[in-house]
Design a protein around this ligand. Structure first.
Ligand code: CUA
Length: 314
């Protein structure tokens, strides 16, 4: 279904208004400039009789006019667009997280509750949806024209995007970054459902484990719990107190144990060692794919702080 022309997300209307205003404004200016060019070409063409006057050396009122009017227009557009940009960049509270893994040439979606899908993304209408995205190979770009949202999806780094769909329906999802032979075929559909229908769809996936539970299984299977358990004899950070908190690193710098830090620490454990610990953890690169990593991070984020867990250096 082609729903590109009329926006269907909470920001689309305001974005279209700004875009329309800027197009109209530049259109008026362009027409004025071309009209002046034609007028002067004809009025002062060679051989045409004109009354000659001495060149004027400056005219303050005229110069002020053509300085101040464009300045005000540009400032107006600047303030208008920066406010809209801030709205687009700020994920609203209570947004529903969905995880996207892009690869040549498909979109894999993972819902926190467990359901997974490929080249289709089900979302509820009337609720902000936050996508946490990463690529398994090259750079892709997640683009839903009807929502007026587009975001690069990079290998090795999480990027975010949010939208709130206003009308149920099916919307085209495209890849907007050339990513190889089948780039043009890297398409999908966003299916926006009413909240009740979405809840039914979410529950209809059978008995699938949610993301954090899958992460917990991976945590055990790969032996993470052997060292990262409070009762372990290996001196390793207690992960229950780590995610989302500030960390003091062994090299003296500080960071926050966000999803990117957790992912790095699993793949390149010796790069950002927590202060007070030995860099003895082996790398798990090559053993875990991006979907496993998302599950592991979801599990770590789900851990409650254990009472009495050692306080991380602030
Ligand atoms: Cu993926 Cu183009």
């Amino acid at each position: 279904m082609n729903r590109w022309l009329f926006g269907a997300s909470s920001i689309a209307g305001d974005l279209d208004l700004l875009f329309g205003f800027m197009t109209l404004l530049s259109g008026i200016v362009a027409i004025g400039v071309f009209a002046a060019i034609w007028y002067f070409c004809i009025r002062y063409r060679r051989g045409h009789e004109t009354t000659r006057t001495l060149p004027r050396r400056g005219d303050l009122p005229v110069e002020l006019t053509w300085t101040i009017i464009p300045l005000l227009l540009f400032l107006g557009v600047f303030i208008w667009s920066i406010r809209l940009y801030a709205r687009i960049e700020t994920v609203p509270d209570g947004a529903m997280p969905v995880y996207i893994v892009a690869k040549q040439w498909m979109w894999k979606a993972q819902h926190a509750g467990g359901r997974r899908e490929i080249n289709v993304l089900h979302v509820p209408v009337g609720r902000p949806v936050q996508l946490n995205m990463i690529s398994e190979d090259v750079i892709h770009s997640f683009f839903v024209p009807a929502f007026r949202v587009k975001q690069d999806v990079l290998p090795g780094r999480y990027t975010q995007l949010w939208f709130e769909v206003e009308e149920p329906g099916e919307y085209d999802l495209l890849c907007a970054e050339y990513c190889g032979t089948e780039h043009s075929g890297m398409r999908g559909t966003v299916v926006a459902l009413q909240p009740e229908a979405f809840a039914r769809w979410l529950a209809g996936g059978g008995d699938v484990a949610d993301l954090a539970t899958r992460g917990a299984a991976l945590f055990r299977r790969h032996g993470c719990s052997g060292c990262h358990a409070p009762e372990s004899r290996v001196h390793a950070p207690d992960l229950a107190g780590l995610p989302g908190r500030p960390v003091q690193l062994a090299d003296g710098s500080r960071t926050v144990a966000d999803d990117a830090y957790l992912r790095d620490s699993i793949l390149l454990p010796t790069r950002q060692v927590v202060a007070g610990y030995e860099p003895i953890m082996p790398s798990f690169a090559g053993q875990l794919d991006e979907e496993d990593l998302l599950a592991l991070i979801a599990y770590l984020n789900s851990l409650e702080r254990r009472p009495g867990a050692a306080e991380m250096p602030p």
